[in-house]
Design a protein around this ligand. Structure first.
Ligand code: COA
Length: 387
């Protein structure tokens, strides 16, 4: 097995309703930026992994591995599409990482892309719900806001988590997004605005939900030997972990905990030989505000049931003890589902390079990404360091 793997280049588009950008334009833009950032030529790339959840249903375009290779001017190279719902990007990165660790490749691009806003919300909901259990959830009328609402209710019932605490996640995410030039929602919201926003699936309201988004992100990964030759500030992958769980929520051991996250976190900490207190900051999957509270508990930043309090106490803010989602998260930055896992990695790399501008976390050396598919059927976690 080859030695360490590093990220040596990053690229990301603006996130939002990008009606004048096509699917292929978005991913080509992010990929080109990543390749330029790495300072490499196309002919040095050994492979391409693309995370995309549902381009066929969102845009009518399948076979996107070939499409992306073609429109990047790389036709001929091995290209693979990876799908694990909203964890497609994180999993594409992991597949790229494995291809380097196996010794099969030396330099690989991992990208993520989704173009969601060309369809009306009702059909986007149906497409997204393809990531749930069709027979037991979708056919009965459940949507992702509804499934996460069930988790929120159960968390509130078991631990006394309050709607104010859940809402504080959104207030913090929107604030961080104002500091991120690529974010979809660059405006602050107050606790009152979040609590009074229109109901979507009680107790979740509009401002507890991630939006529907277009966007793409890409990173260049290299083996240790190549990274040291090509890059002055490689960001090292310390752990790559995945776990799965039942696809349907009702089959889970608990509605208020995500076993896939708990298991993937355990594997990741073991691989990196680190513990939760060693992590300086994390980008976690806050598709709905309750999901961030459950994520920080699963990652061991606090005990189960204490995520609401940790948030309310301000510990997850940029200047808190464990900053969460400095990018603005899925809530503020946006959630183009297949791109999200790679976008989280782009943020961690920017932070670890010290390039995150106004949202820079002082002295950040170790960052974690946590990317969920569906209601927790997949969880992909990566840990990165700059040393
Ligand atoms: N947060 C904040 N504002 C939002 C928003 C969100 N999540 N979603 C939409 N808006 C804003 C829009 O910008 C628009 O503002 P404007 O009137 O100032 O232009 C307004 O609300 C209406 O937008 P619209 O697109 O009509 O909203 P919608 O009702 O069609 O969609 C949701 C709202 C919550 C249903 C949609 O964002 C959604 O489905 N989110 C969840 C996505 C999801 O499930 N992802 C997968 C997770 S596992």
């Amino acid at each position: 097995m080859s030695s360490r793997v590093a990220v040596i280049g990053i690229g990301i588009t603006e996130f939002g309703e990008l009606w004048d950008e096509s699917y292929r334009a978005l991913i080509t833009k992010a990929g080109t930026e990543a390749i330029n950032d790495a300072g490499i030529e196309g002919n040095e790339i050994d492979g391409l992994y693309i995370g995309s959840m549902s381009p066929g249903l969102f845009s009518g375009q399948e076979h996107v591995s070939s499409l992306v290779a073609d429109y990047s001017g790389l036709a001929g190279i091995p290209a693979t599409r990876v799908e694990a719902a909203c964890a497609s990007g994180g999993l594409a990165f992991r597949e790229a990482y494995i291809s380097l660790k196996s010794g099969l490749m030396d330099i690989v691009v991992a990208g993520g892309v989704e173009k969601m806003t060309d369809s009306p919300t009702s059909s986007v909901m149906i497409t997204l719900m393809g990531a749930g259990d069709q027979e037991w959830e979708a056919f009965k009328g459940a949507t992702f806001p509804a499934l996460y609402a069930l988790m929120a209710r159960r968390h509130m019932f078991e631990y006394g988590t309050t709607l104010e605490q859940i809402s504080e996640v959104a207030v913090k995410s929107h604030h961080n997004a104002t500091l991120n030039p690529n974010a979809q929602f660059k405006f602050n919201v107050t606790l009152k605005q979040v609590m009074n926003s229109p109901p979507v699936a009680e107790p979740l309201r509009l401002l507890h939900c991630s939006p529907i988004t277009d966007g793409a992100a890409a990173v260049v990964l290299a083996t240790e030997k190549k990274a040291k030759k090509l890059c002055e500030n490689p960001i090292w992958v310390e752990a790559s972990a995945i776990s799965t769980d039942t696809i349907a929520l009702h089959d889970r051991r608990s509605l208020s905990r995500m076993d896939a996250s708990i298991r993937a976190a355990k594997y990741a900490y073991e691989q990196a030989n680190l513990k939760p207190s060693d992590i300086d900051f994390a980008e976690v999957h806050d598709c709905f505000s309750i999901a961030e509270i459950m994520a920080i508990e699963s990652l061991g930043f606090c005990k189960p049931g204490e995520g609401g309090k940790l948030t309310e106490d301000g510990e997850t803010k940029l200047d808190g003890s464990i900053p969460i989602n400095p990018s603005g998260g899925l809530k503020g930055k946006g959630h183009p589902v297949g791109a999200t896992g790679i976008a989280q990695i782009v943020e961690v790399v920017e932070q670890l390079r010290g390039d995150a501008g106004k949202r820079q976390i002082d002295g950040a050396e170790i960052g974690l990404t946590h990317n969920i598919g569906g209601s927790g059927g997949t969880c992909v976690i990566h840990i990165f360091s700059n040393r």
